[in-house]
Each structure stands twice: as structure tokens, then as C-alpha cells.
Design a protein around this ligand. Sequence first.
Ligand code: CP
Length: 334
Amino acid sequence: MKFEGSHILSVSQFNRDAISRILEVSSLMAPYAMRKKRCHVLEGAILNNLFFEPSTRTRVSFGAAFNLLGGSVRETVGQENSSLSKGESLFDTARVISGYSDVIAMRHPTMHSVEEFSKGSSVPVINGGDGANEHPTQALLDLFTIQSEMAPHNKTLDGLNIVLMGDLKHGRTVHSLSKLLSLYKNMKVTMISPDALKMPDSIISSLTNAGHEVVITDKIEHNLSCDIIYQTRIQQERFASKDEANLYRGHFSLNKEVYQQFCQEHTVIMHPLPRDSRPEANELDSDLNDLDNLAIFRQAQNGVLVRMALFALTLGVENKLSQFEKPVTWYTNK
Ligand code: CP
């Protein structure tokens, strides 16, 4: 696929070669993200970060990724701080903001809104999450994490045994990740959720049509013997009320005791974060924090590499990185 000038709206736009290229360029970003060297290949370029829904990791890592390549970042946070709140359309907003930008990253609570926005934009738009629909950059960083966590065990993306657990109905990260997994071969994907929060049928079909074994269950214990557990939060913001979300909180808590009893020695735990650490939810107990196989913070860090790669690819500078290097001149312990 041609990356330069393209919007990144859905994982469905990628084939396996495109994913390989994104993961390869992401690896090239490690020296810059680890402050071994600086790169100013995007000096003079402007990212507009438009976040109309709460975010910590996605918004800040998009900004950090752009800064690490030498670019500048402008931010709008919350619809109330934008003229969308005065009735301006996504199309008009895109026409205006794209005139001020070289690339735009956007999160919005409405499904397919980022795609609608992209139609008015003259610069690449990257989807940072559109309602319960998709979160493509999260899925790419999840795949990068799975690949790097499995490499020491001589495992590749093909043939893995993966558990997706929690709110699979509303969790856009598991929707996007499942679509990407359907590009690989011979996987077993176990989906653990209450029946009411089951993965949408279209996504289950994308996995079964690709020849993967899919197991659907509402039981945790004997289903956790796998390579990767991908835990998710009950997406309270997608329910009609907090009381309805509360019906499902705490059903699938993973703690050290459960991990030690039911997982394999190498089972890696992932979570897109934020995890809900309130006692009534506690989906990923803090007693797992000292476990080497808890990959959640490495996963969040990988978001910087993958987002740097997407900026480099969409702005056509992925082959120029080494021409724009400088030494790091400040203290760093990374
Ligand atoms: N994983 C993720 O999207 O986190 P934020 O909501 O904090 O951006």
C-alpha cells in the first residue's frame, strides 16, 4: 500500500505486507524513543491533535512521537473547547484545521466520525479511536507488542494462542486487533465475556473465515493456558447508565493467584489501558505489577514507536531518518 499522504482510519486498509512495513519502521524508531539519538526529520511540520473524548496514552504518545521526530504539536481537547460545540460540521472543521497542519490525529466518541472528518481534510488524518468502532493505532502497537514479547519464546504471530477477555462488545481495541489477527495463520482465539458483552458477529466471522479456531465462553479458569491474555475494561462510557455497566464489573478479574494457577509460565498479560483499579472492578490486580510477563507498560511505551512510524510513513520520511540525526545532549536514564 502507498502510505505517503494516506489517512489511517481502519485496520481493514492494511494487508500483511503493509503491517510488516509498519512494524519494521516502528523498530527503527527505538534509538530515538530511547534517547540514544535525536531525529529532526519533521522539523517545521505541525501535528494537530484533536481529542474530543478523554485520553491519556493515545493523545500524549501521538504528541511525543511527533516531537521525537522534530515536529511541533497543537492540541484541542474536548468538544466544548472547539467550534463543533457551536454546530460547526466535522467537514468544515477538517477543511479549516487541515490548512493549519501537516497531519491530524483525532479521537471522537461517534463511530465513523473520523472517516467523515477525513473527507474534508487536505492532510493525512489518523484515527485515535472513533466510538466503539476502531482504534487502529492501538491494534498496531498491540501487534508490535505481541511480536516482541513472543520473540524470546521463538514464536511468531502465526500459530499463537490468544485470549481476549472483558467487554468485547464495546472495546474498540479488541475489534481492531481481531481484524488484524485475521491476517495471520493458525491461531486459537478464545473470547471470554458475559454473553451480553460478546464480540460482534462480524468480527468473529473475520477470524473463523481466516481459518482460526475461535472459542466463545463466559468462563475464565481453564481457558487461560495460552500465549497472550488481552484483558479489557468494562467500557462504562458506552453503556446507557453506570448501573448497567456495574452489572458486569469485576466478573473477570485477573490476579496473581489466578495467573499462577491457570496460566503457562510464559503467558504474557496485555491490556490497552486504562485499567479500572477500583475494588469493584479490579480487572488486572496490582499484585501482578512485579510479574515480568505483565507487558502493559511496555505495550504503552510501544505506542510511541508505532505512532512515530505512522507519521514517518504518512509524511514520506521513513527512508530519511539517518540523515537527520543529532546526539542527545541531556541526562537520560532510558
Ligand atoms: N489505550 C488507550 O486508548 O488509552 P487512552 O484512552 O488513555 O488514550
